[in-house]
Design a binder for this molecule. Sequence first.
Ligand code: ZN
Length: 256
Amino acid sequence: MDLYTALSVFIFIFGLLIGSFLNVCIYRIPIKKTIIAGRSYCPNCNSLIPWYLNIPILSFLFLNGKCQNCKQPISFRYPAVELLTGLLFLLVWLTYGLAWESLFVMLLFSILIIISFIDFDLQIIPDSLIVALIALGIMHSIYYIIFMNDNLLNPVIGFFAASGILFALGLIIPDSIGGGDIKLMAAAGVFAGTKLILLALFIGALYASVLAIFLLVSKKGSMKTAIPFGPFLSLGIITSVIFGERLITLYLSIFT
Ligand SMILES: [Zn+2]
């Protein structure tokens, strides 16, 4: 195994471990419990989980998806979030390699994963996560302005670009857009910049439309079914940050 492959495997396993931590955040942030202290416990019987049964993916398989103590099924979502994080970290590594950008984007994706699952469960996006996203975006912008010759206008317009469109849409069609969605696109716009956040909004809306059409056609939903927009916007941001530049280049090469 060469060094690049070894590092890729390491990044993937690192992602699984971070995913395990993100599960804790998804569960504890909405109920305002500390995320940095306290051992993991079963949400059903409250028994503590020993470290050797808290290994990403493997423990879930070993325990056959059941709590060792009360035999209550463990949500399939725990290993799914771990796997998702591992795969996204691997994708970031394969895209940016050994660079600060990898670290920035991994942090961005981690926050977006937490936001997506909390929004999916509770239809809220906690302000603490929006603040974290803005802080990360500002650090990312400073890095880009100093080392990549970016200008200050890009993150500032990025803040207003997609969020402004959603805000206007919310004025035209009342109750269509949640305040959390507007804040999410404002905060992520600081990180992604003007071009990529607009693309992210377009891709996110596309994903949501595809699901909406699927729900209507398969009669699993009606025109009144509410779907949380946050996860789709997050997926749009992830797609745009990883593939955006290439998509824009491809688009321009076809149409110009
Ligand atoms: Zn239990």
